[in-house]
Design a protein around this ligand. Structure first.
Ligand SMILES: [Zn+2]
Ligand SMILES: [Zn+2]
Length: 398
Protein backbone atom coordinates (compact mmCIF):
# COMPACT_ATOMS: atom_id res chain seq x y z
CA UNK A 1 0.00 0.00 0.00
CA UNK A 2 1.57 3.28 -1.04
CA UNK A 3 2.02 5.77 1.76
CA UNK A 4 0.92 9.35 1.65
CA UNK A 5 2.29 12.08 3.89
CA UNK A 6 0.01 13.80 6.39
CA UNK A 7 0.37 15.90 9.54
CA UNK A 8 -1.37 14.77 12.69
CA UNK A 9 -0.41 14.59 16.32
CA UNK A 10 -1.82 11.05 16.11
CA UNK A 11 0.33 10.22 13.09
CA UNK A 12 2.16 7.25 14.58
CA UNK A 13 -0.95 5.73 16.16
CA UNK A 14 -2.83 6.05 12.87
CA UNK A 15 0.04 4.38 11.01
CA UNK A 16 0.07 1.57 13.60
CA UNK A 17 -3.65 0.94 13.08
CA UNK A 18 -3.67 1.22 9.28
CA UNK A 19 -3.46 -2.53 8.65
CA UNK A 20 -6.06 -3.33 11.29
CA UNK A 21 -8.54 -0.77 9.93
CA UNK A 22 -7.88 -2.07 6.41
CA UNK A 23 -8.77 -5.56 7.59
CA UNK A 24 -12.08 -4.25 9.04
CA UNK A 25 -12.79 -2.48 5.76
CA UNK A 26 -12.15 -5.56 3.66
CA UNK A 27 -14.25 -7.73 5.94
CA UNK A 28 -17.15 -5.27 5.51
CA UNK A 29 -16.51 -5.25 1.76
CA UNK A 30 -16.78 -9.02 1.67
CA UNK A 31 -20.11 -8.98 3.51
CA UNK A 32 -22.09 -6.07 2.06
CA UNK A 33 -25.63 -5.43 3.28
CA UNK A 34 -28.14 -3.13 1.57
CA UNK A 35 -30.26 -0.43 3.22
CA UNK A 36 -31.93 -1.26 6.57
CA UNK A 37 -30.50 -4.80 6.38
CA UNK A 38 -27.06 -3.91 7.80
CA UNK A 39 -27.49 -6.35 10.71
CA UNK A 40 -24.05 -7.92 10.59
CA UNK A 41 -22.38 -4.57 9.92
CA UNK A 42 -24.22 -2.84 12.77
CA UNK A 43 -23.37 -5.75 15.08
CA UNK A 44 -19.68 -5.37 14.29
CA UNK A 45 -19.82 -1.60 14.75
CA UNK A 46 -21.55 -1.85 18.14
CA UNK A 47 -19.24 -4.64 19.31
CA UNK A 48 -16.13 -2.68 18.38
CA UNK A 49 -17.39 0.54 19.97
CA UNK A 50 -18.00 -1.37 23.22
CA UNK A 51 -14.57 -3.00 22.99
CA UNK A 52 -12.99 0.45 22.57
CA UNK A 53 -14.63 1.50 25.85
CA UNK A 54 -17.01 4.03 24.31
CA UNK A 55 -19.21 5.54 27.07
CA UNK A 56 -22.58 4.89 25.48
CA UNK A 57 -23.68 2.73 22.54
CA UNK A 58 -27.18 3.22 21.14
CA UNK A 59 -28.39 0.54 18.73
CA UNK A 60 -31.53 -0.07 16.68
CA UNK A 61 -32.15 3.50 15.53
CA UNK A 62 -33.70 3.45 12.04
CA UNK A 63 -33.59 -0.37 12.36
CA UNK A 64 -29.83 -0.84 12.11
CA UNK A 65 -28.32 2.55 12.98
CA UNK A 66 -25.71 2.75 15.75
CA UNK A 67 -24.54 5.77 17.75
CA UNK A 68 -21.50 5.69 20.01
CA UNK A 69 -20.78 8.54 22.43
CA UNK A 70 -17.26 9.22 23.72
CA UNK A 71 -16.79 11.74 26.50
CA UNK A 72 -13.67 13.88 26.59
CA UNK A 73 -11.68 14.53 29.76
CA UNK A 74 -13.39 17.88 30.36
CA UNK A 75 -16.72 19.60 29.73
CA UNK A 76 -17.75 21.00 26.39
CA UNK A 77 -20.27 20.63 23.58
CA UNK A 78 -21.17 17.47 21.67
CA UNK A 79 -20.35 17.13 17.99
CA UNK A 80 -21.56 14.39 15.63
CA UNK A 81 -19.36 12.57 13.12
CA UNK A 82 -21.34 10.50 10.63
CA UNK A 83 -20.56 7.45 8.49
CA UNK A 84 -22.93 5.43 6.31
CA UNK A 85 -22.92 1.61 6.42
CA UNK A 86 -25.04 0.36 3.51
CA UNK A 87 -24.07 -1.34 0.26
CA UNK A 88 -25.73 -1.08 -3.15
CA UNK A 89 -28.05 -3.66 -4.73
CA UNK A 90 -25.68 -4.55 -7.60
CA UNK A 91 -23.30 -7.29 -8.62
CA UNK A 92 -19.57 -6.79 -8.06
CA UNK A 93 -17.26 -7.39 -11.04
CA UNK A 94 -13.80 -7.55 -9.51
CA UNK A 95 -11.22 -10.27 -8.82
CA UNK A 96 -10.45 -8.95 -5.35
CA UNK A 97 -9.64 -11.58 -2.72
CA UNK A 98 -12.20 -9.84 -0.50
CA UNK A 99 -14.89 -9.40 -3.18
CA UNK A 100 -18.55 -9.49 -2.19
CA UNK A 101 -19.79 -12.84 -0.92
CA UNK A 102 -23.40 -11.66 -1.08
CA UNK A 103 -24.84 -12.01 -4.59
CA UNK A 104 -26.54 -8.82 -5.73
CA UNK A 105 -24.95 -6.65 -3.04
CA UNK A 106 -21.77 -4.64 -3.30
CA UNK A 107 -19.94 -1.90 -1.43
CA UNK A 108 -19.63 0.22 -4.58
CA UNK A 109 -19.83 3.59 -2.83
CA UNK A 110 -17.09 3.09 -0.25
CA UNK A 111 -19.37 3.05 2.78
CA UNK A 112 -17.24 0.12 3.96
CA UNK A 113 -14.33 2.57 4.03
CA UNK A 114 -16.40 5.28 5.74
CA UNK A 115 -17.50 2.87 8.47
CA UNK A 116 -13.97 1.51 9.01
CA UNK A 117 -12.40 4.98 9.14
CA UNK A 118 -14.91 6.28 11.69
CA UNK A 119 -14.33 3.15 13.79
CA UNK A 120 -10.59 3.84 13.59
CA UNK A 121 -11.12 7.40 14.76
CA UNK A 122 -13.40 6.14 17.56
CA UNK A 123 -10.70 3.77 18.79
CA UNK A 124 -8.11 6.55 19.07
CA UNK A 125 -10.59 9.03 20.57
CA UNK A 126 -11.57 6.48 23.22
CA UNK A 127 -7.89 5.88 24.00
CA UNK A 128 -6.93 9.54 24.31
CA UNK A 129 -10.09 11.46 25.34
CA UNK A 130 -8.09 14.69 25.35
CA UNK A 131 -10.87 16.94 24.17
CA UNK A 132 -13.50 19.18 25.77
CA UNK A 133 -17.00 17.80 25.40
CA UNK A 134 -18.13 14.66 23.64
CA UNK A 135 -18.14 13.07 20.23
CA UNK A 136 -21.15 11.18 18.87
CA UNK A 137 -20.18 8.62 16.23
CA UNK A 138 -23.23 8.23 14.02
CA UNK A 139 -23.34 5.06 11.90
CA UNK A 140 -26.42 5.34 9.71
CA UNK A 141 -28.17 2.75 7.54
CA UNK A 142 -29.65 3.10 4.08
CA UNK A 143 -27.97 6.14 2.57
CA UNK A 144 -28.49 4.76 -0.95
CA UNK A 145 -32.12 5.69 -1.50
CA UNK A 146 -33.69 4.55 1.75
CA UNK A 147 -33.08 7.82 3.57
CA UNK A 148 -31.75 6.16 6.74
CA UNK A 149 -30.26 9.48 7.84
CA UNK A 150 -33.70 11.08 7.72
CA UNK A 151 -35.23 8.16 9.63
CA UNK A 152 -32.62 8.54 12.39
CA UNK A 153 -33.42 12.26 12.65
CA UNK A 154 -37.17 11.52 12.84
CA UNK A 155 -36.53 8.85 15.48
CA UNK A 156 -34.90 11.46 17.69
CA UNK A 157 -31.21 11.20 16.88
CA UNK A 158 -30.52 14.69 18.18
CA UNK A 159 -32.65 14.17 21.30
CA UNK A 160 -30.51 11.19 22.22
CA UNK A 161 -27.24 12.76 21.05
CA UNK A 162 -27.63 16.54 21.29
CA UNK A 163 -24.96 17.43 18.74
CA UNK A 164 -24.25 21.14 18.28
CA UNK A 165 -22.90 20.42 14.82
CA UNK A 166 -22.70 17.45 12.42
CA UNK A 167 -19.95 16.40 10.03
CA UNK A 168 -19.86 14.05 7.07
CA UNK A 169 -17.16 12.76 4.73
CA UNK A 170 -17.36 10.95 1.39
CA UNK A 171 -14.53 9.38 -0.57
CA UNK A 172 -14.37 10.96 -4.02
CA UNK A 173 -12.87 9.18 -7.04
CA UNK A 174 -11.86 11.72 -9.66
CA UNK A 175 -9.93 13.72 -7.06
CA UNK A 176 -6.36 12.72 -6.17
CA UNK A 177 -5.50 11.09 -2.86
CA UNK A 178 -4.27 13.80 -0.51
CA UNK A 179 -6.84 16.32 -1.69
CA UNK A 180 -10.02 17.39 0.09
CA UNK A 181 -12.86 19.54 -1.21
CA UNK A 182 -14.83 21.68 1.26
CA UNK A 183 -17.60 23.54 -0.58
CA UNK A 184 -19.73 26.10 1.23
CA UNK A 185 -23.38 26.09 0.18
CA UNK A 186 -24.91 23.45 -2.10
CA UNK A 187 -22.71 20.37 -2.60
CA UNK A 188 -25.19 17.57 -3.44
CA UNK A 189 -28.58 17.92 -5.13
CA UNK A 190 -32.03 17.34 -3.74
CA UNK A 191 -33.82 14.44 -5.44
CA UNK A 192 -37.48 13.69 -6.00
CA UNK A 193 -38.98 10.75 -7.89
CA UNK A 194 -42.09 10.65 -10.06
CA UNK A 195 -44.20 7.96 -11.68
CA UNK A 196 -46.85 8.93 -14.20
CA UNK A 197 -49.43 6.54 -15.61
CA UNK A 198 -51.23 7.53 -18.80
CA UNK A 199 -54.57 5.73 -18.95
CA UNK A 200 -56.37 5.37 -22.29
CA UNK A 201 -58.03 2.65 -24.28
CA UNK A 202 -56.07 -0.39 -25.37
CA UNK A 203 -56.62 -1.79 -28.82
CA UNK A 204 -55.26 -4.04 -31.59
CA UNK A 205 -52.12 -2.50 -33.08
CA UNK A 206 -53.73 -2.83 -36.50
CA UNK A 207 -56.86 -0.95 -35.37
CA UNK A 208 -55.42 2.14 -33.64
CA UNK A 209 -58.48 4.26 -34.39
CA UNK A 210 -60.52 2.14 -31.98
CA UNK A 211 -58.32 3.02 -28.99
CA UNK A 212 -56.58 5.88 -27.21
CA UNK A 213 -52.84 5.47 -27.68
CA UNK A 214 -51.22 5.75 -24.25
CA UNK A 215 -47.68 5.07 -25.56
CA UNK A 216 -47.90 7.97 -27.98
CA UNK A 217 -49.23 10.31 -25.29
CA UNK A 218 -46.52 9.20 -22.85
CA UNK A 219 -43.87 9.74 -25.56
CA UNK A 220 -45.03 13.35 -26.02
CA UNK A 221 -44.87 13.77 -22.25
CA UNK A 222 -41.26 12.49 -22.11
CA UNK A 223 -40.27 15.10 -24.68
CA UNK A 224 -42.31 17.88 -23.07
CA UNK A 225 -40.80 17.27 -19.62
CA UNK A 226 -37.42 18.31 -21.04
CA UNK A 227 -38.88 21.78 -21.57
CA UNK A 228 -38.93 22.23 -17.77
CA UNK A 229 -35.14 22.36 -17.22
CA UNK A 230 -34.71 23.90 -20.68
CA UNK A 231 -37.39 26.64 -20.60
CA UNK A 232 -38.73 27.04 -17.04
CA UNK A 233 -35.60 26.88 -14.88
CA UNK A 234 -33.68 30.15 -14.84
CA UNK A 235 -30.41 30.04 -16.78
CA UNK A 236 -28.75 31.09 -13.50
CA UNK A 237 -30.21 28.14 -11.58
CA UNK A 238 -29.95 24.44 -12.33
CA UNK A 239 -32.13 21.35 -12.33
CA UNK A 240 -31.67 17.96 -13.94
CA UNK A 241 -34.88 16.17 -14.86
CA UNK A 242 -34.77 12.79 -16.52
CA UNK A 243 -37.30 10.17 -17.50
CA UNK A 244 -35.45 6.89 -17.02
CA UNK A 245 -38.31 4.38 -17.05
CA UNK A 246 -40.90 3.73 -19.76
CA UNK A 247 -43.34 0.80 -19.79
CA UNK A 248 -45.98 0.10 -22.39
CA UNK A 249 -47.34 -3.15 -23.71
CA UNK A 250 -45.67 -6.57 -23.53
CA UNK A 251 -46.60 -7.44 -27.12
CA UNK A 252 -45.87 -6.07 -30.60
CA UNK A 253 -49.50 -6.27 -31.58
CA UNK A 254 -51.25 -4.93 -28.47
CA UNK A 255 -51.67 -1.24 -27.76
CA UNK A 256 -51.85 -1.02 -23.94
CA UNK A 257 -54.55 0.52 -21.75
CA UNK A 258 -51.77 2.14 -19.75
CA UNK A 259 -48.27 3.45 -20.33
CA UNK A 260 -46.10 4.46 -17.41
CA UNK A 261 -43.03 6.62 -17.18
CA UNK A 262 -40.82 7.36 -14.18
CA UNK A 263 -37.84 9.53 -13.44
CA UNK A 264 -36.14 11.97 -11.11
CA UNK A 265 -35.92 15.69 -10.47
CA UNK A 266 -32.59 16.97 -9.11
CA UNK A 267 -32.29 20.52 -7.82
CA UNK A 268 -30.67 22.83 -5.27
CA UNK A 269 -33.36 25.49 -4.76
CA UNK A 270 -36.64 24.29 -3.15
CA UNK A 271 -38.59 26.91 -5.15
CA UNK A 272 -37.19 25.35 -8.34
CA UNK A 273 -38.35 21.97 -7.15
CA UNK A 274 -41.87 23.25 -6.43
CA UNK A 275 -41.99 24.85 -9.86
CA UNK A 276 -40.73 21.66 -11.56
CA UNK A 277 -43.33 19.54 -9.77
CA UNK A 278 -46.13 21.93 -10.78
CA UNK A 279 -44.93 22.00 -14.41
CA UNK A 280 -44.64 18.20 -14.64
CA UNK A 281 -48.17 17.81 -13.23
CA UNK A 282 -49.56 20.38 -15.62
CA UNK A 283 -47.82 18.86 -18.66
CA UNK A 284 -48.95 15.34 -17.74
CA UNK A 285 -52.57 16.39 -17.26
CA UNK A 286 -52.64 18.63 -20.33
CA UNK A 287 -50.94 16.20 -22.70
CA UNK A 288 -53.03 13.25 -21.52
CA UNK A 289 -56.21 15.29 -21.97
CA UNK A 290 -55.14 16.40 -25.44
CA UNK A 291 -54.85 12.76 -26.48
CA UNK A 292 -58.14 11.79 -24.86
CA UNK A 293 -56.33 9.99 -22.05
CA UNK A 294 -55.92 10.59 -18.34
CA UNK A 295 -52.79 11.04 -16.21
CA UNK A 296 -52.27 9.60 -12.74
CA UNK A 297 -49.30 11.29 -11.11
CA UNK A 298 -47.29 10.07 -8.14
CA UNK A 299 -44.68 12.72 -7.27
CA UNK A 300 -42.56 11.91 -4.19
CA UNK A 301 -40.22 14.28 -2.36
CA UNK A 302 -37.12 12.29 -1.49
CA UNK A 303 -33.76 13.75 -0.34
CA UNK A 304 -33.41 17.47 0.32
CA UNK A 305 -30.32 19.16 -1.16
CA UNK A 306 -27.14 18.94 0.90
CA UNK A 307 -26.26 22.52 1.82
CA UNK A 308 -23.01 23.06 3.71
CA UNK A 309 -23.03 25.81 6.31
CA UNK A 310 -20.44 28.50 5.61
CA UNK A 311 -18.77 28.85 9.02
CA UNK A 312 -18.57 25.08 9.59
CA UNK A 313 -17.23 24.55 6.07
CA UNK A 314 -14.45 26.98 6.84
CA UNK A 315 -13.62 24.97 9.99
CA UNK A 316 -13.65 21.72 8.01
CA UNK A 317 -11.34 23.24 5.40
CA UNK A 318 -8.98 24.40 8.15
CA UNK A 319 -8.92 20.91 9.70
CA UNK A 320 -8.19 19.38 6.27
CA UNK A 321 -5.50 21.99 5.57
CA UNK A 322 -3.79 21.18 8.87
CA UNK A 323 -3.70 17.54 7.71
CA UNK A 324 -2.62 17.82 4.07
CA UNK A 325 -1.55 21.47 3.67
CA UNK A 326 -3.48 24.41 2.24
CA UNK A 327 -2.70 23.31 -1.33
CA UNK A 328 -4.52 20.03 -0.67
CA UNK A 329 -7.86 21.72 0.06
CA UNK A 330 -10.22 22.87 -2.68
CA UNK A 331 -12.72 25.45 -1.50
CA UNK A 332 -14.38 25.95 -4.86
CA UNK A 333 -15.68 23.34 -7.27
CA UNK A 334 -18.91 22.36 -8.97
CA UNK A 335 -21.51 20.71 -6.78
CA UNK A 336 -22.66 17.20 -7.73
CA UNK A 337 -26.17 16.39 -8.99
CA UNK A 338 -26.21 13.09 -7.06
CA UNK A 339 -28.04 13.09 -3.72
CA UNK A 340 -26.96 12.43 -0.15
CA UNK A 341 -29.18 11.89 2.86
CA UNK A 342 -26.75 13.58 5.25
CA UNK A 343 -28.87 16.54 4.10
CA UNK A 344 -31.52 15.54 6.66
CA UNK A 345 -28.95 16.00 9.45
CA UNK A 346 -27.63 19.27 8.00
CA UNK A 347 -31.22 20.56 7.95
CA UNK A 348 -31.32 20.10 11.74
CA UNK A 349 -27.80 21.10 12.78
CA UNK A 350 -25.04 23.23 11.25
CA UNK A 351 -22.18 21.31 9.75
CA UNK A 352 -20.22 20.26 6.70
CA UNK A 353 -19.96 17.34 4.31
CA UNK A 354 -16.47 17.08 2.78
CA UNK A 355 -15.14 15.15 -0.22
CA UNK A 356 -11.89 13.23 0.17
CA UNK A 357 -9.95 12.39 -3.00
CA UNK A 358 -8.85 8.78 -3.48
CA UNK A 359 -7.26 8.52 -6.94
CA UNK A 360 -3.71 7.27 -7.30
CA UNK A 361 -1.74 6.66 -10.50
CA UNK A 362 -1.57 3.01 -11.52
CA UNK A 363 -4.59 2.07 -9.44
CA UNK A 364 -8.15 1.14 -10.46
CA UNK A 365 -9.82 4.49 -9.76
CA UNK A 366 -13.31 3.44 -10.83
CA UNK A 367 -16.10 5.87 -9.94
CA UNK A 368 -18.52 5.10 -7.13
CA UNK A 369 -21.50 2.90 -8.15
CA UNK A 370 -19.35 1.14 -10.83
CA UNK A 371 -19.18 -2.66 -10.62
CA UNK A 372 -15.36 -2.48 -10.53
CA UNK A 373 -15.17 0.19 -7.81
CA UNK A 374 -13.07 -0.54 -4.71
CA UNK A 375 -12.45 1.88 -1.84
CA UNK A 376 -8.79 2.94 -1.73
CA UNK A 377 -7.33 1.69 1.56
CA UNK A 378 -4.42 4.11 1.17
CA UNK A 379 -6.97 6.83 2.05
CA UNK A 380 -7.67 5.35 5.48
CA UNK A 381 -4.97 7.34 7.37
CA UNK A 382 -6.26 10.55 5.78
CA UNK A 383 -9.88 9.86 6.70
CA UNK A 384 -8.99 8.90 10.27
CA UNK A 385 -6.58 11.85 10.47
CA UNK A 386 -9.28 14.22 9.24
CA UNK A 387 -11.79 13.07 11.88
CA UNK A 388 -9.22 13.37 14.68
CA UNK A 389 -8.00 16.73 13.40
CA UNK A 390 -11.57 17.98 13.23
CA UNK A 391 -12.19 16.96 16.86
CA UNK A 392 -8.99 18.80 17.86
CA UNK A 393 -10.10 21.80 15.86
CA UNK A 394 -13.61 21.94 17.32
CA UNK A 395 -13.13 20.64 20.83
CA UNK A 396 -9.58 21.72 21.45
CA UNK A 397 -6.55 19.58 22.07
CA UNK A 398 -4.71 20.36 25.30
ZN1 LIG B 1 -23.57 6.03 -3.42
ZN1 LIG C 1 -22.00 7.04 -0.88
Amino acid sequence: MSDIAFNSRHHNRIRDLHDEITAWRRDLHMHPEIGFQETRTAGIVAEKLRAFGVDEVITGMATTGVVGIIKGDRDGPMIGLRADMDALPMQEHTDLPYKSQNPGAMHACGHDGHTAMLLGAAKILAETRDFAGSVALIFQPAEEGGGGGGVMVREGLFDRADCQSVWGLHNWPGMPLGQFCALAGPIMAGIDYFDITIRGQGTHAGLPHLGVDTVLAASHLVTAIQSVPGRNVSPHDTATIGVSMFKGSDAYVVMPDEATIGGSVRYFDPDTRDMAEARIRSLAEGIAKGFGAEAVIDYRKNYPPTINHAAETDLAAQAAAALVGEAGVLRESEPCMAGEDFSFMLNERPGNYIWMGTDQPGRNNAMVHYPTYDFNDAAIPLGVGYWLGLVDHLLGAR
